[in-house]
Design a protein around this ligand. Structure first.
Ligand SMILES: NC(=O)c1ccc[n+]([C@@H]2O[C@H](COP(=O)([O-])OP(=O)(O)OC[C@H]3O[C@@H](n4cnc5c(N)ncnc54)[C@H](O)[C@@H]3O)[C@@H](O)[C@H]2O)c1
Length: 669
């Protein structure tokens, strides 16, 4: 399809003449059939809701088709309306537009639905099995049409994928305001998502899917690398050289598949167990893991050889992680770091494969004898923990990777609690990301070159490196290591070839780093060094955006980790300080009802206005979270917020006074 036809297809929105029905394409990865949750009355309501997008003349044709989709797939996706053009990031000026900011948002939306990027592209799901950009194709078409028509004096309002409309605003207002899954709190249980999503009135936006900010696997490789590096340092008194250190974990799936690649970048010997041969094959053939071994004796010999030579190597163990831990415990192999990324947030339906059963036996048992399967999972978790405990007794540092390993093990009655009634092991945020990164304001900073030109990305990498190197010269001791890690990462990023989809990059920086890099990008756009605007954003795995008591905010100990004021304040504050779009989501990563995520996107076009907005908004976006972490009495955050107040005297934050433990304890004796 040529560019003119592409542009007129976007401008057409929902076509006046219905396109022909589309055949279901079996060659595409499709979302699983969703659970049957609506009764007949509710199905009628779902049909009324879906037909709202179409003139009455089409209803008789569409109603049975939509009912069939609802009965077959559990949702109405309106497959027939899926456009015929290729879904991908393009130069922003290829999108029909009145506002370049809106064109950049169109680029981001299409990237989230690109076949190379999205998990279930025909169901508009970007990642995580349920992370939706829109609920159906009518919403997609309408949204793109509004974006193409809108000016910089309007704001598009999106309710969980549904474009409510364009509203008059002003040039400094966000072009788009996104909410996803905002529920009355009592209606925020997992089955509420199933029901209200099937009705077509809400959606699960995950973190970056429903905010159009997903950039493929690069984000997860970076985050995992930072985690492994910092875990390594934690156990070696801050030393950076992790040569010869052994990291054992499980999972070569969607996110977990980043572990071996991250292990190599961090310079360790990693061993990752994976039961599903297809997953192992995928990661091995992609070059994300170096070697595959399925015999435990061979594995032990290979690990000893790697250890002796301090090799940097990633090994997949084709088999069950429990067998691996038991073997290493029995052979007294000294493991330095251990973790787990099986999908224990979903333990009974394929997230965790119990030891003692083959992969196929498990698949059969979970469908045919679910109660027995549950017993097997719990028995396996008890063995799993017992073997991990032996290795930690032998000096290993073990951490939970946000996959509910500790929680499910405790529910299974495994020996995972300490005498105080807490988990024996920390989560990666409690011990690593929280105190080492988030409390100091270090978090994800991502950008996308809206020219879609790799040359611009290479130039932007160089600009970011120069800024960080300059900043590092004046950085206090406390943040030197984070600066050094990210400089190393960005220098290697081009060589590591991690771009999938849009020309995007990620690194971790603090408020000052993010602001200075953004300002340098804006200048480079103004003077033509970078050929087109750059879109800034972040994921929500960050200092400020996310309230998630068992993950991002798990190192908040003043009781406020079950509140969500920070995420909500973040989005409100970003929106009047210059964000090009803002989003707030219920759910993401850990589950519907378990987390609130706030996010933003910001288009830099080289203008003075863009400079003013980036300076104002990025400072708030990071320091909001630091303030809250500081108020929770986190030492690193108290340090960071005092430093921020020195940088900008207009910032005045309430700083906590620390009460003496002994004095308070004394009242209870
Ligand atoms: N990477 C991160 O930064 C991060 C952050 C937070 C949470 N998580 C969590 O990590 C988990 C994994 O995410 P994912 O996207 O990779 O999921 P996934 O389901 O795609 O991958 C998990 C893999 O584990 C394998 N597996 C299951 N049981 C096993 C066993 N007993 N032995 C060996 N292999 C086994 C599965 O076959 C699967 O390939 C999720 O719970 C996710 O929420 C990851």
């Amino acid at each position: 399809m040529d560019i003119k036809a592409f542009q007129s297809a976007i401008l057409e929105g929902i076509p006046e003449v219905l396109p022909a029905a589309k055949a279901y394409d079996p060659n595409i990865n499709h979302a699983p059939k969703r659970k049957e949750i609506l009764n007949d009355e509710e199905k009628k309501l779902a049909l009324h809701n879906a037909l709202r997008y179409f003139p009455e003349i089409d209803h008789a044709e569409l109603a049975p088709e939509f009912l069939n989709e609802l009965n077959t797939y559990g949702r109405i996706y309106m497959y027939r309306l899926r456009p015929d053009y290729e879904m991908k990031a393009r130069h922003l000026d290829d999108f029909p537009h009145q506002s370049r900011q809106a064109a950049a948002i169109m680029l981001m939306i299409q990237n989230n639905l690109d076949y190379a990027v999205a998990q279930h592209p025909h169901e508009l799901i970007t990642y995580g099995g349920n992370g939706a950009v829109f609920q159906n194709w009518a919403q997609y078409r309408l949204c793109m049409q509004y974006l193409a028509e809108m000016t910089d004096e309007q704001t598009l309002v999106m309710y969980s994928g549904h474009p409510m409309g364009l509203y008059p605003s002003h040039k400094d207002a966000p072009r788009v305001v996104v909410t996803n899954g905002m529920m009355i709190p009592n209606y925020s249980k997992p089955d509420d998502w199933e029901k209200f999503n099937a009705l077509g009135v809400t959606q699960y936006g995950q973190m970056t899917a429903g905010s159009f900010m997903y950039i493929g696997p690069q984000g997860i490789v970076h985050g995992t690398t930072i985690t492994v590096l910092n875990a390594g340092r934690k156990i070696s008194g801050g030393k950076t050289d992790l040569g010869g250190k052994i990291f054992v974990t499980a999972g070569l799936g969607g996110m977990s598949g980043a572990q071996p690649k991250a292990g190599n970048i961090a310079g360790v010997i990693s061993i990752t167990a994976e039961v599903n041969p297809k997953a192992t094959h995928t990661r091995h053939s992609q070059g994300w893991v170096d070697e595959v071994i399925s015999d435990l004796d061979q594995l032990v010999a290979r690990v000893e050889k790697a250890k002796a030579a301090k090799e940097v190597v990633s090994i997949a163990y084709q088999g069950n992680i429990v067998d691996l831990w038991e073997k290493f415990a029995e052979e007294n192999i000294k493991v330095d770091m251990g973790s787990d990324q099986t999908s224990l947030h979903n333990p009974w339906a394929g997230g965790y494969y119990p030891a003692g059963l083959t992969f196929e036996e498990s698949n059969q048992m979970m469908a045919e004898r679910p109660e027995l399967f549950k017993e097997k999972v719990q028995e396996s978790l008890r063995r799993h923990v017992a073997a991990v405990n032996k290795c930690t007794a032998n000096g290993m540092y073990f951490f939970d990777y946000g996959n509910a390993f500790l929680l499910e093990s405790s529910r299974a009655g495994a020996d995972i609690m300490n005498e105080k009634g807490d988990f024996k092991y920390p989560s990666y945020v409690q011990d690593i990301m929280g105190p080492m990164c988030f409390d100091y304001g270090f978090g994800p900073f991502r950008w996308v070159c809206a020219s879609n030109d790799p040359k611009d990305l290479a130039i932007s990498d160089k600009i970011a490196t120069d800024v960080l190197e300059e900043l590092m010269k004046e950085s206090p001791e406390e943040i030197q290591q984070q600066m050094a890690d990210n400089i190393h990462w960005i220098k290697e990023a081009g060589k590591n070839k991690m771009v999938v989809g849009s020309q995007a990059r990620i690194l971790y920086a603090d408020a000052e780093g993010r602001t200075r890099i953004a300002a340098a990008f804006n200048k480079a756009i103004a003077d033509g060094t970078v050929s087109a605007p750059i879109v800034l954003g972040r994921d929500h795995h960050d200092v400020s955006g996310t309230d998630s008591p068992y993950r991002e905010t798990s190192n908040i100990y003043d009781g406020s980790r079950f509140t969500a004021d920070m995420a909500v304040q973040n989005v409100i504050g970003d929106s009047f300080r210059g964000a090009t779009w803002v989003s707030i989501h219920n759910g993401g990563g850990v589950g519907w009802g378990e987390v609130m995520n706030g996010g933003f996107g910001m288009v830099l076009d080289g203008s003075e206005d863009a400079h003013r907005r980036l300076t104002n908004m990025l400072f708030w976006d990071v320091n909001n979270g630091i303030s809250r972490r500081s108020w929770a009495r986190n030492e690193g955050a108290v340090f960071a917020i005092k430093r921020a107040m020195e940088v900008n005297p207009q910032l005045k934050v309430t700083v906590p006074n620390m009460a003496d433990d002994k004095m308070i304890d004394g009242l209870f004796q």
